[in-house]
Design a protein around this ligand. Structure first.
Ligand SMILES: [Zn+2]
Length: 322
């Protein structure tokens, strides 16, 4: 006597009925890169079919996002001016602050999340303030507070610190609350690894470190218990949602976090994960659509509630056709 497991796979109907993990547009956050200038929609070479948009060209992509029923976007700014303390990151007329106001106008109900970090805005490309060649954690917190507050003032719904400094979630929560933004939430890049999968993003954001690397603040890919400690502390400090980044090589981290914590989990399906699929698809080595949907399904199955992905718009189209 043996069990006929295949009975539940005989037709598409029954396969759909017993499917445990189903993707839908509510699973996705779409990242958007904004640049200064006019009439710019420029494809990012390392991220095929992802673009730099000037503010006057945001309307098309925001319309696509709303029509796809994607509920949230994550904004990254690429400023014209950089300096040692990322001044353009907390300027009320900085590129992200202007983009928030523009998107709010275009799509009042769209949930706007902003990346809070210094690396795109510093001339040295690191995520914090440099003193004597090293990153000063505690001084950096003051700048992260300024950046987060300026995003909240511009109308962001949620701020997402991606710097990996210690204590930044607490510092940001404090400054937001002190200024009447107690309803602006925090998505913490809690378990962010020092990963080579970020390569294409650095071209997109112009954020490569000019010296050294990010291994003194981002995590070692070999560590998972340490990731749980990072997540736990971010929750204690006031994070509303926690993140594991990258996603695909870190599905075990997502699963551990899911089993251990009750907070919503975001996984960032990062640039390298996306561009590998795009490149292999273009070369005819794989079926891009099938691979992308399988990857996104596996990230959700591992325990992610939300996936930040450059595939979001395509995935919504593909899911509609299925
Ligand atoms: Zn950074």
């Amino acid at each position: 006597m043996f069990t006929r497991h295949r009975r539940l796979r005989t037709t598409q109907g029954i396969r759909d009925l017993v499917k445990e993990t189903v993707l839908n547009p509510n699973d996705f956050i779409y990242p958007i890169f904004v640049v200064e200038g006019e009439n710019i929609k420029r494809e990012i070479e390392a991220l095929p079919e992802v673009y730099h948009y000037s503010l006057d060209n945001l309307e098309g992509v925001i319309k696509d996002v709303v029509e796809a029923k994607i509920k949230g976007v994550l904004l990254f700014g690429v400023p014209d001016e950089k300096d040692g303390i990322a001044s353009s990151a907390f300027d009320e007329n900085g590129i992200v602050q202007k983009a928030i106001r523009k998107i709010r106008e275009l799509a009042p109900d769209l949930f706007i999340i902003t990346d809070v970090c210094m690396c795109q805005y510093t001339d040295h490309g690191h995520c914090g303030v440099i003193e004597n060649g090293i990153i000063n954690n505690d001084e950096t917190l003051e700048y992260l507070q300024k950046i987060a507050l300026s995003h909240a003032k511009a109308g962001a719904d949620m701020v997402a610190p991606s710097d990996m400094m210690d204590g930044r979630v607490m510092a940001i929560r404090e400054i937001l609350d002190e200024n009447g933004f107690e309803n602006v939430s925090i998505l913490a890049y809690s378990a962010k690894y020092a990963s080579a999968f970020y390569g294409p993003f650095r071209e997109a954001a112009g954020s490569s470190p000019q010296f050294g690397d990010r291994k003194t603040y981002q995590m070692d890919p070999g560590n998972i218990r340490q990731a749980m400690r990072e997540i736990e502390d971010d929750i204690i400090e006031g994070a509303d949602i926690i993140m594991v980044k990258p996603a695909l090589s870190y599905l075990d981290v997502i699963r551990w976090a899911r089993d251990k914590f009750d907070h919503p989990i975001v996984a960032y399906n990062v640039s390298g994960e996306y561009s590998m699929v795009k490149a292999a698809g273009k070369m005819g080595l794989i079926d891009e659509k099938q691979i992308a949907l399988e990857i996104l399904t596996s990230i959700k199955r591992a325990g992610a509630d939300i996936i930040i992905t450059y595939f979001a718009l395509d995935a919504c189209k593909w899911l509609k056709d299925m």
